[in-house]
Design a protein around this ligand. Structure first.
Ligand code: SAM
Length: 223
């Protein structure tokens, strides 16, 4: 079900200290936007922000960037993030939030900016129709962009409920030179931890759908 419009979302984001209105302007200067120069993790398609809010508060020694296309999603995410930080009484200096089309993400990084240690792709849209598959956030068209700003040995953590997307993504990762270092077809019974649940993860697992998860490592030369 589509989320209703949230008229308060954009005005609240526009005055939020950790929301980037013009992420293109940060190109070449990502690390300067954070209080500390420390590992950098990016969540693609953060939705309502439950994952990033928990991760960023739990790990102050990691810098986080969460990206989504929709202001209504980002508005909900912002409220969740701010609430978490307020509860823990810690500064919001290791998190950034922005609205951007991930299909153009390489435009946000300069050629020399190989800065990301980890990318999270949680329950991206499966785009099942053949002619739409190129819009998948795990499609080679995307993976080849991520490789440009992901460090060597950097990882992509990918979770989904969708069997076909998962199987085809395994091929995409291999085709683009990633090594699959961990894989499970039933994350919640795999013993893998720590696992931070996303909103979609809770919804699908409540329906009895098993969560598929893999870690793909960038091991080699940029193609
Ligand atoms: C199915 S939701 C998953 C949300 C969240 N990761 C979760 O697990 O609950 C997919 C999210 O990706 C965002 N999204 C899809 N395509 C995108 C794109 N090209 N650029 C930015 N965000 C995108 C959507 O707006 C949506 O919030």
């Amino acid at each position: 079900m589509r989320m209703r419009n949230k008229p308060w979302a954009k005005p609240e984001l526009e005055v939020c200290s950790y929301f980037l209105q013009h992420p293109e302007d940060v190109r070449g200067h990502w690390m300067e936007k954070f209080a500390e120069n420390q590992p950098f993790h990016i969540e693609l398609g953060c939705g309502k922000g439950g994952f990033i809010a928990q991760a960023a508060v739990m790990h102050p020694k990691i810098n986080y960037l969460a990206i989504d296309l929709e202001y209504k999603m980002l508005g909900v995410a912002r409220r969740k993030i701010s609430k978490m930080y307020e509860e823990k009484n810690v500064p919001t200096d290791n998190i950034l939030l922005t609205a951007y089309n991930i299909e153009k993400i390489s435009e946000l990084f300069s050629e020399k900016e190989v800065v990301a240690d980890r990318i999270y792709i949680n329950f991206c849209n499966p785009w099942p129709r053949k002619k739409h598959k190129k819009h998948r956030l795990t499609h080679p068209r995307q993976l080849n962009q991520y490789k440009k700003f992901l460090k060597n040995d950097g990882e992509i953590h990918f979770k989904t409920d969708d069997d076909e997307l998962f199987e085809e993504s395994i091929d995409y990762f291999k085709e683009c030179g990633f090594t699959i270092s961990f894989i499970t077809y039933d994350l919640h019974n795999s013993g893998y931890e720590p696992n931070i649940m996303t909103e979609h993860e809770k919804m699908f697992s409540d329906e009895g759908i098993k969560i598929k998860f893999l870690i793909a490592k960038k091991t080699g030369v940029i193609i």
